[in-house]
Design a protein around this ligand. Structure first.
Ligand code: PMP
Length: 394
């Protein structure tokens, strides 16, 4: 049987990590993999998470199973964080999942069950796991224009023009904030326009939110999903706690199915629990419980907010410093978009050859589509990157 297996394509980012590790240069800079790093290059455990973990070790008295959909306290805490009071609890079915990826996978399976002919529309470009999972599930998919290679902002006209060809009942996957890989995001008024458009065209939003708090702040970053939850008849949300709580390996995610009509919620809830059952039975609980403890404890929550704000503003400072360094070197405002982008990533708009040149000449490692992880920079590496960008003629 095994001989029938085919070699699967290597993950681009993982091979980049190996190449970085094997590079002997001391001033090499890793802007590849999508994890937050502080100025020392560490991905720290957040203080509040560590404190919650210590408390949990003391008070947890069983490792017995949680519910099939996970712990209700986790659903409540995360629903409030993401949607605030834009919907009531009885409008939302929720299931804990292994990370945001698990939530995306379960959401897609729900779509396939309910509407097998629905096309899932993805931004061009998007996080490569989106098309990869959709293809694996054998679902119809299509792309809408999103990134404007000229301005490095959102091609909003192109986006709506492409989505205009979608059929009623199709699903539109949207990044809730901090678009990966481009860093280019919809403004509040564009979100409102998108909401009106989706509703008029009877398209269903599926929001992937993996970086709440990394862009303009916890509330501003949730503007899109909140506005959609208020205005659309129904929607799906896949949330990840990997980044904003720094619990990557614990695998804490949440799938929410939101409906204006609370009468639909029991069926939705039964479905998301069923999907968990089919795929892995009970979801992981440790990370979810830490997140719940942090959100529900006043002191832990305050400390988490402070640390998260530090992460967010630190990345904004790096963005501004890099944009300034490039202004100085190029005598132009061509790279100001770096300061306007939000989240951990920016797409530089360099060719693959230029990305390769930056690696060879300056030891800069970024994904071949020129996505760079802003959090991989620090005060020492910003000038190296700025020099590399100029030398490569980006
Ligand atoms: N969506 C996007 C756009 C992401 O970038 C990520 C993390 N790379 C995720 C979802 C989910 O991450 P995880 O499964 O680690 O929670």
């Amino acid at each position: 049987m095994f001989e029938a297996l085919k070699t699967q394509p290597a993950d681009k980012i993982l091979s980049l990590m190996t190449a970085f590790r094997d590079d002997p240069r001391e001033d090499k800079v890793d802007l590849g993999v999508g994890v937050y790093k502080n100025a020392e290059g560490q991905t720290p455990i957040m203080r509040a998470v560590k404190a919650a973990e210590q408390k949990l070790w003391q008070v947890e008295d069983t490792k017995s199973y949680t519910g099939l959909a996970g712990d209700a306290g986790y659903h409540d805490a995360l629903r409030s964080l993401i949607l605030n009071d834009t919907v009531s609890k009885d409008q939302v079915a929720a299931a804990a999942t292994p990370g945001g990826t698990g939530a995306i996978r379960q959401g897609l399976e729900l779509i396939r069950m309910a509407a097998p002919k629905a096309t899932v529309w993805l931004s061009a470009p998007t996080w490569p796991n989106h098309p990869s999972i959709i293809k694996y599930l054998g679902m119809p998919m299509a792309e809408y224009r999103y990134f404007d290679a000229e301005t490095r902002g959102v091609d909003f006209g192109g986006m709506l023009t492409d989505l205009d060809t979608a059929k009623p009942g199709d699903v539109v996957l949207l990044h809730g904030c901090c678009h990966n890989p481009t860093g280019a995001n919809l403004t509040a008024s564009q979100w409102q326009e998108v909401a009106d458009f989706l509703k008029a065209k009877q398209l269903i939003p599926f929001v992937d939110i993996a970086y709440q708090g990394f862009g303009d702040g916890l509330d501003a970053d949730a503007f899109g999903p909140r506005h959609l939850a208020k205005t659309q008849p129904e929607m799906l949300i896949a949330a990840s706690c990997s980044k904003n709580f720094g619990v990557y390996r614990e695998r804490a995610g949440l799938l929410m199915a939101v409906s204006q009509d609370p009468a639909k919620t029991p069926l939705n809830q039964g479905t998301v629990a069923f999907l968990n059952r089919q795929n892995y039975s009970f979801p992981p609980d440790h990370g979810a419980r830490l997140v719940t403890m942090v959100l529900n404890d006043e002191a832990l929550r305050a400390d988490w907010l402070t640390e998260l704000e530090g992460i967010r503003t630190g990345m904004l400072t790096l963005r501004q410093t890099l944009a300034d360094a490039l202004r100085q070197r190029t005598n132009s405002d061509r790279f100001d978009f770096i300061a306007q982008h939000r989240g951990m990533f920016s797409r530089l708009g360099a060719t693959e050859a230029q990305v390769e040149q930056m690696r060879q000449s300056h030891g800069i490692y970024m994904v071949s589509d020129s996505r760079l992880n802003i959090a991989g920079l620090n005060a020492q590496s910003v000038p190296i990157l700025a020099d590399a960008i100029v030398a490569a003629g980006v």
